[in-house]
Design a protein around this ligand. Sequence first.
Ligand SMILES: [Zn+2]
Length: 146
Amino acid sequence: MQFINRQNIEIVDIFVRLFGEPVSIIASHYTTPIEFKRLPKEENRYNDIMVSVGNTIYISIEESGQVGLSDTEMLAAIAHEIGHVVYGAHSWLPDCEQRADMLPAKLGLGTQMIAAIEKILDSRRYQQLTSSLVGRIHFLQNMMRG
Ligand SMILES: [Zn+2]
């Protein structure tokens, strides 16, 4: 799989180095290049941390920092966004969120994904999504047990 990182976002470089190969194997059905771009503060109306639009994944370094995500938690969050793209799960419905979480779980980033979701819950920034976020934690815990 081809990952495009023209803006040289450091955490994306790290992700591609560590997980590019495994993602290509897990999502071998998906052949369209995935592009990463920064989400500048002035364009980030909804204070998104990361968001995927089509084959493009936007990353806000500022918001990730505000929530306090560590580098490994950011790697898990990047895997989640790639999951949205490669599994065609393009919505915020619980079903799509859980499908997207299958990728971090398969990459061995389930614990880091849960830690990231817990920090997002603690930040109280998406209060209307609380039950969906808690559902994701339970889904990931079940996947890791299985
Ligand atoms: Zn998502």
